[in-house]
Each structure stands twice: as C-alpha cells, then as structure tokens.
Design a protein around this ligand. Structure first.
Ligand code: GEK
Length: 245
C-alpha cells in the first residue's frame, strides 16, 4: 500500500450531503493520519499514557483501553511496562478498527498478549483494573449515558487505580468557544487540511461527537467516586484528565 493511500482525504471533495461520521473501513484505513492531524497533542498523549502505565499498572491486574481504535495506546502501554503478569484488554465497537488492531498488536504485543473485544462500552463490565484508558472515546457516547459508563468503570477499578480520560471539550462562554474553535481550525490548516475538509468533517461530527465542558467532566468523575481528578494535558479544546480511585 502506498503511503498516499494512508492519507486522510475523506472530506477533500465537495459532497452534496454530509452523512453522520462513522468508524468504518474507510476511516480505519486512514485513522493514524486523521487523528494525528486532527487532535493537537495526540502523539504526546499516547506517549505519556505509556509513562502513566509504567507507574500505575500492577502485576496480576487488568488494564483496559476502551475505544482502542487501532491500539495506539495499548502499544505504548505494552512497550512501557515491566510487569508481564497483566491482562491488557482493548475494546472497540468498530469491526473495521479491531481487525486492523488485531494484525498490528499480534506483531508487536506477544508477552503479555492483548485481548481484543468487539463491544459497545455501554454493555461492558470491567474488573480488577489498575488502569483504564478512555482516550477520546466518551465524547462519542450519548451525553445522558456517560454517567452510567463512568460508574461501571469506577466499580471495576481497584482502589488506587488510574483512569485516563481524554476529551474534546466545549468552553463555557461563547467567546472562548469561538477562540478555541478558531485555534483548532488553525491547527488543522497547518496540518494541510483545506477549509472545505475542515467544514465537511465538522458537519459529519456535529451530532456524533458531543463535547462537554471541563467542569462537567470533573464534577461527574468526582460524583462517581474518584478521589482525585487532575488535568495533566491541554492544548486548545483538547484535554486529558487523570482520575484516581
Ligand atoms: C486512540 N482511543 O487512538 N463503544 C466502543 N467503542 C466506541 C464507542 C462505544 N460506544 N463509541 C465510539 N467507539 C483511540 C482513539 S477514536 C477518537 C479513539 C476519534 C470507538 C470508535 O469506534 C473509535 O474507534 C473510538 O471509539 C474513538 O487512542 O476518532 O476522535
């Protein structure tokens, strides 16, 4: 496959009608390029998830990556931990993503092996987790169902366990929202996306990716019982939080 076929041009041509964004085969095929050029700091967050894993994952426990896509966070975790007696589990409800993740992880992650589960995280039960990653996944779950997902995660975590929650956020006031949206679009333009690509992708995501404010995320994490919640990364309207049970 040529390098060019891995480049995200999905919204480069004008479309009559923009359908809702879905994680299908076409998206999975260009996903690394798409997410690196769309989420400022994505590479840093993935690397740091490895650093966080090295500190937090305990022998004999589980580590879950929920909405794992192609397994980038699992790869970083696998490369960073010394303990072998760990159950690494990746979950995603996109078969196209998981098929590709399976090939990639089979090549790089033999010991410990990684279990991949095709499931909706709203139907999942996790257990004995010393670490859980939700790296830009919760934003795709309907807002009214996010509390139940976080309760399920908190329930399945060990005391002292770490949840990494990364999200695109909404800003509480209109002028900040406009500023951060413009800054994000500036980032995408600098990454080579055209105004047409940016605007068509935005329409496709409008009813699919629903951002909430930072305080909404922090309050909900505390409400489900996390004892400590801190922002460890922010670039424009992209934030990553650490929540300790
Ligand atoms: C990364 N974490 O590279 N259940 C399971 N999976 C879901 C659900 C759900 N309800 N909703 C969405 N997904 C990754 C990046 S991408 C973020 C995560 C983005 C999955 C969806 O299929 C997709 O693979 C992933 O969550 C979101 O670190 O594209 O902005």
């Amino acid at each position: 496959m040529s390098e060019d076929s891995n480049k995200d041009r999905l919204y480069a041509e004008a479309r009559d009608r923009i359908a809702d964004f879905v994680f299908d085969e076409r998206v999975a095929g260009v996903f690394p390029d798409m997410i690196n050029r769309s989420v400022p700091g994505y590479g840093t967050i993935i690397n740091m998830i490895g650093t966080l894993a090295a500190r937090h994952i305990q022998a004999g426990t589980y580590c879950y990556d929920l909405g794992c896509s192609l397994g980038a966070a699992i790869l970083a975790i696998h490369a960073s931990i010394d303990v072998k007696d760990v159950h690494l589990v990746g979950v995603d409800n996109s078969p196209a993503m998981l098929t590709r993740a399976k090939t990639k992880l089979a090549e790089y992650c033999q010991d410990p092996p990684v279990e991949l589960i095709c499931a909706d995280i709203r139907d999942l039960r996790i257990r004995q987790a010393s670490m859980v990653v939700l790296n830009f996944t919760l934003q795709f779950v309907p807002a009214e169902e996010r509390l139940a997902v976080l309760k399920m995660i908190h329930q399945g975590m060990l005391s002292g366990g770490l949840l990494v929650l990364s999200e695109k956020i909404a800003l509480p006031d209109e002028s900040s929202q406009q500023l951060f949206t413009a800054l994000h679009h500036g980032f995408k333009k600098a990454q080579g996306y055209s105004d047409l690509e940016i605007s068509q992708k935005r329409s496709a995501l409008e009813d699919v990716l629903i951002p909430e404010t930072l305080s909404c995320h922090i309050d909900r994490l505390k409400a489900v019982g996390f004892s400590s919640v801190e922002v460890w990364f922010q670039c424009f309207n992209f934030v990553s939080l650490l929540a300790i049970k």
